[in-house]
Write a protein that binds this ligand. Structure first.
Ligand code: SF4
Length: 348
């Protein structure tokens, strides 16, 4: 008998199925009919059950194992329970002088962050950078994201200030200029690609498991805006309080605030269009979900159309309406003839 490795996960979308090899972090796509064939046999089969192409695909990508019938039950399913040993998985800080003077308050209750993302913009000046450096010196954190927006000018001062720090710094460049850091003493700078797809999709096992129960963008996130406002994320409307109006921030109180954690459990399976998308286990989409009668929805359309499997930056992309997809009565209505014609044109 042959069996698919237990570290390989399948996510069926409307148009195709995403195959995730979590050991290698590889992603493949297969027709839904192939996924259904494997699923109906609990991902265990004989060579003759599959077509030559199907079998070769699994073999070449090292997705299957020879297994004796008696040993099959020794391969149990991987069930992921993700628990972070932090108060917040990520803290995002929009650096301004006002915020920088308040940062010490985040340390008073020994608040723990898994990751820090500092956003630099026209509001970040030399004084604020000095306060930030003093703050991050106190943090037990291995990796810090630096996100640069148009308007920030103090690159040299910032990079000199962190040149001796041996933590990993990930640089997100949202400006249209090249950013160069010539001052670092260690090989610890990484530039994150900023294409639409790369900024949304993270093929990682922890994201895969987390997405089953949580919204991977909003859950376990803390955002401090440039006016010291405390929110779940930049995109959230609800302001819990201002750091400048508090003596310290108490995470237990904050996590009891229903409005603050409103989106945390809104998984992609509860959102129309996303529930039909094969990327829904890896998606960090930042659009706030809006509650409908049956499902959540978004006001603005995603850059990916899962009904034709195309990103807006790719050839032959068309939007939902042009593909025969409409949202009516809080659900997705598909004009099958129109969609089939478009998919035949794109993919045949
Ligand atoms: S439709 Fe867009 S936002 Fe929704 S899961 Fe797919 S890629 Fe993410």
């Amino acid at each position: 008998m042959k069996s698919i490795f237990k570290n390989v996960f399948f996510t069926k979308g409307h148009n195709r199925t995403l195959v995730f090899d979590s050991l290698k972090n590889d992603i493949f796509f297969v027709p839904n009919s192939f996924y259904e064939k494997l699923n109906s046999n609990n991902f265990t089969f004989k060579v003759e059950d599959l077509s030559t192409d199907e079998y070769n695909f699994l073999l070449e990508n090292e997705l299957l194992i020879d297994v004796d019938n008696n040993n099959l039950r020794n391969f149990s399913d991987l069930r992921g329970i993700i628990d972070f040993p932090f108060d917040f998985k990520i803290c995002v800080i929009e650096l301004s002088e006002a915020v920088s003077f308040q940062l010490g308050k985040l340390l008073l209750n020994r608040m723990l962050f898994g990751q820090l993302n500092v956003v630099f913009s026209e509001f970040s000046n030399l004084k604020s950078i000095d306060c930030l450096i003093a703050f991050i010196d106190e943090l037990e954190i291995d990796c810090i994201d630096l996100t640069f927006e148009t308007g920030f000018t103090e690159y040299e001062y910032l990079f000199k200030s962190i040149s001796k720090d041996n933590r990993i710094y990930i640089i997100n460049n949202n400006t249209n200029k090249k950013i160069v850091d010539d001052y670092h003493s260690f090989n610890n700078r990484m530039f994150r690609p900023n294409g639409i797809k790369e900024s949304k999709i993270t093929n990682d096992l922890s994201v895969y498991f987390e997405s089953i129960e949580k919204n991977t963008y909003y859950s376990d996130k803390l955002f401090i805006g440039r006016n010291t406002e405390i929110k779940n994320s930049k995109e959230s409307d609800y302001i819990y309080n201002h750091l400048s109006d508090l003596d310290s921030l108490n995470s237990i109180k904050l996590l009891r605030d229903e409005k603050f954690i409103e989106y945390w459990r809104v998984t992609k399976d509860k959102i129309i269009v996303c529930k039909d998308c094969e990327f829904r286990r890896f998606c960090n989409d930042n659009r706030p979900p809006i509650k409908g009668k049956k499902f959540y929805y978004h006001e603005r359309e995603c850059e990916y159309n899962p009904y034709i499997s195309k990103w807006s930056e790719e050839d032959n992309y068309v939007d939902l309406q042009s593909a025969g997809i409409s949202i009516e009565k809080d659900d997705v209505i598909i004009d099958k003839d129109k969609l089939n014609t478009i998919n035949e044109y794109i993919w045949d």
